[in-house]
Design a protein. Sequence first.
Length: 140
Amino acid sequence: MGLSKNGRQSTAPKGDHKPTGAVKPSDINRPKRGGTKDFFSGELLYRPGIRRYYPFMLYCCLLIILYMGYIFNAQRTLREEISSRLRLQQLRSEALLLSSKRLNTVRYINLEEEIKARKIDIRQNTIPPVVIRKDERSER
C-alpha cells in the first residue's frame, strides 16, 4: 500500500478494481413508501400491511378517549372540591362572627342597655326568691 501525495491516506492496491457491469435502474416513477404525503392524505392506512393493525389502533383510540374523559372528570371533581372548601371557610368565618356577636349581646351589661334602648319597663327584683315546699301534713 502506498501513501497519497499528502501522506495521510493510503491508496488502494493495484489489484483492487471497482466492479463494472449493469446498474439497477432508478425507480423515479415509483412512489416512495412511508412518505409524509401518504401519511397526511390517508393513503398509508389503505396498505395491506397496515390493515391488520386496525383493531389495535381502534383499541388505542378508545384508551385515549377514556383517558381524556377520566382527566376531565378528575379536573371537574377537583374544582368542585376547591369551591366546597372555600364555601366551608366562608361559613366557618360567618359562624365565628355570629357566635362572638351572640356572646357579646348575652352579657348582663349589654342586656340592661338593650332593655333601656327599647324602653321596656322591667325592674330588677330586690326581694330574694322564696322556695315553696310541699307540706307533708296537708297531703293527708
